[in-house]
Design a protein around this ligand. Structure first.
Ligand code: S5P
Length: 268
């Protein structure tokens, strides 16, 4: 059962380099926290990432909301990734035919595949979206997550749609490393479950987002990585660094405690 095995033990089961590196670094750094940084200025993005860096296994970006994006931002992002030992996840949510997503992934101003270890896609177009993204990402050792479920109220990603997403992933295990989902699914294969909609202080945002605690997500639902945005960086372009650092550690501790309990490693 993937949910009771340690991250380190599971790393060995993955041929995909991004999945392997992620699990190894989660174990090494004792964190299952991914911080989602949804700010619009390059300086805010880099400041927040530098502040949360010591607490995270993964930093999630929406690079298309940055108003002053440039090549230097990519270099600095890569520098912070080595400095603090975390991977980068561009939350691009690809959703088109294979040929188009291959271009969106590799070209344009952002050239996502060149710097993002992990990205994600909606399964809605069918398996061609995986073939298209794999043609670019696989030679670079990248990994893909499929959005099997969403955290927002009224999502259509449920039931038969979710089952079809799982089947698509099973057929492409070399490149599809897991899911954005709200719970672990039954099955023989080990997939990574990354879960947004995590907050300790509020239940929603008035725009459909729904929050659960790290404990509910990691312990009760068997997910692997908690994705936390505003719960850590605050509003707008972000709170002060010391507040952000403290919040990141608070979520890291909660997530890690729940993981230790789940895997029977809790120290009394
Ligand atoms: O179902 C989803 C999938 C994703 S990737 N629900 C989500 O909220 N997300 C992303 O997670 C969303 O785009 C945002 O970047 C982050 C949640 O941010 P928060 O501020 O609500 O924690």
């Amino acid at each position: 059962m993937a949910s009771t095995k340690t991250y380190a033990a599971r790393a060995e089961g993955y041929a995909n380099p991004a999945a392997r590196s992620l699990l190894e670094l989660m174990d090494r750094k004792k964190t299952n926290l991914c911080v989602s940084v949804d700010v619009t200025r390059k300086s805010s993005l880099l400041r927040i990432i530098d502040a949360v860096g010591p607490s995270v296994c993964l930093v999630k970006t929406h690079i298309d909301i940055i108003e002053d994006f440039d090549e230097d931002l990519v270099s600095q992002l890569q520098h912070l990734s080595s400095k603090h030992d975390f991977l980068i996840f561009e939350d691009r949510k690809f959703a088109d035919i294979g040929n188009t997503v291959a271009l969106q992934y590799s070209r344009g101003v952002h050239r996502i595949a060149s710097w993002s270890h992990i990205t994600n896609a909606h399964p809605v177009p069918g398996p061609g979206i995986i073939t298209g993204l794999a043609s670019i990402g696989q030679p670079l050792g990248r990994g893909l997550l499929l959005l099997a479920e969403m955290s927002s109220a009224g999502t259509l990603a449920a039931g038969a749609y979710t089952s079809a997403a799982i089947d698509m992933a099973r057929a492409h295990r070399d490149f599809v490393i897991g899911f954005i989902a709200m719970k672990r699914f039954d099955g023989q294969e080990d997939f990574l479950i990354l879960t947004p909609g995590v907050g300790l202080d509020v239940k929603g945002d008035g725009m459909g987002q729904q929050y659960r605690t790290p404990r509910e997500v990691i312990l009760d639902r068997g997910c692997d990585v908690i994705i936390v945005g505003r719960g850590i960086y605050g509003k707008g372009e972000g709170s002060d660094d010391d507040v952000i650092k403290a919040q990141a550690e608070r979520y890291r501790e909660e997530g890690w405690k729940a993981y230790l309990e789940r895997t029977g490693q809790n120290i009394v």
